[in-house]
Design a protein around this ligand. Structure first.
Ligand code: SF4
Length: 350
């Protein structure tokens, strides 16, 4: 999976590629132009991943970003290491101790962290000042604690429906005393879930489309045009082969089985602890000109995120029959998390 994420080449790593593989290092376009390894046919895996065996051909010289995966460093006004749940390896329980590995990665990225932290701290203090001025600042630890106390509730459609309603109606909402809707408005929930999920699939460029690495290690790419979802397999050589398609409106939001709800609640706990998730809520607050209270924005965003994931689980089940139990929801998290960590956030991934 990591070899589908175009790795940046740091200044100290460029000499090796320039001398040995000059045509395989490119300069990306856009406002944040940087050097990166080329991708097969512009949208497949990294050019150094051998076809068939999927082995790195420059393993001893792979970039810092290759070594870092599946850990992501997120800088806000502090440093947090977040684990990418899209990596199938992290679900096996095997491998080295994650905490020790995370600390080692932080130590090795010290220089990058120090220079970026200066910038991200400035962004955060400006953000807090704006919130204070608008009167919408809340204590993040209290928001997180309230969610922690309601993890399993957030995996319930009746509860999500009520939280979304309150986040839009109340000036400053609280989770205490929120009662689940007995008969939630399913069509409305489905629209919110589908729109959020389709938003990230709405691209013609496979490089930007969400990828799901299935248990057989196939790379499934989903791209949507209007409401039509096309399901492709990305081959090792970088070609797309269509496997199926479906009208999004024909995929209902399917109910979770009990063990599926438990896996989802566990993932909500992870999201609730991530600074990058909080940073994505902050980005939205900033985008909306500080109109929403921080509590409303946080609980509302979390509800939409969970709905998005539930709809993707329903979509995966539609295409691959993985179900809505523990296994199906695990697959949905594997599908969703890389996309999640790619979400715009105030602060920076380094
Ligand atoms: S350099 Fe190697 S490890 Fe890094 S993305 Fe390319 S193939 Fe994967």
């Amino acid at each position: 999976m990591c070899c589908l994420c175009q790795p940046e080449v740091l200044p100290e790593e460029r000499a090796f590629f320039r001398e040995n593989y000059p045509e395989r290092m490119i300069k990306t376009r856009g406002p944040d132009a940087h050097f990166a390894l080329a991708m097969k046919k512009g949208c497949g895996s990294c050019v150094f991943l051998s076809d068939g065996k999927r082995k790195c051909q420059v393993y001893d010289h792979r970039t810092a970003y290759c070594r870092q995966y599946p850990f992501h460093l997120y800088l806000s006004d502090r440093v947090k290491v977040e684990l990418d749940m899209s990596c199938r390896g992290v679900w096996t329980g095997n491998g080295t101790d994650a905490m020790a590995e995370a600390k080692d990665i932080v130590a090795k990225a010290d220089r990058r962290i120090v220079s970026t932290l200066r910038e991200s701290r400035a962004v955060y203090s400006q953000f807090y000042a704006n919130c204070k001025e608008a009167g919408i600042l809340s204590d993040q630890s209290i928001l997180r604690m309230s969610v922690s106390e309601n993890l399993s509730n957030f995996a319930d459609l009746g509860y999500l429906s009520k939280v979304m309603e309150l986040s839009q109606m109340e000036p400053v909402m609280s989770l205490s005393g929120v009662q689940k809707e007995v008969r939630p408005d399913m069509p409305e929930l489905e629209i919110a879930a589908r729109e959020s999920a389709l938003d990230s699939m709405a691209t013609n460029d496979p490089l930007n489309a969400p990828v799901y690495c299935d248990p057989e290690w196939n790379w499934n790419v989903f791209m949507a045009k209007d409401e039509n979802i096309v399901w492709n397999i990305l081959t090792d050589s970088g070609d797309l082969v269509q496997k199926g398609s479906a009208e999004a409106s024909e995929i209902p939001l399917k109910p979770l089985e009990e063990d599926g709800a438990k896996v989802l609640a566990d993932y909500i706990r992870i999201l609730n602890g991530r600074d990058s998730f909080m940073g994505s809520v902050f980005s939205l607050i900033d985008y909306n000109d500080y109109e929403d209270d921080m509590a409303n924005a946080y609980y509302g965003c979390l509800s939409v995120t969970v709905l998005d994931l539930m709809w993707r689980a329903s979509m995966l089940d539609h295409f691959t029959k993985c179900g809505m139990g523990a296994k199906g929801i695990q697959e949905a998290v594997i599908f969703y998390d890389m996309d999640r960590l790619d979400a715009p956030a105030i602060g920076a991934f380094v």
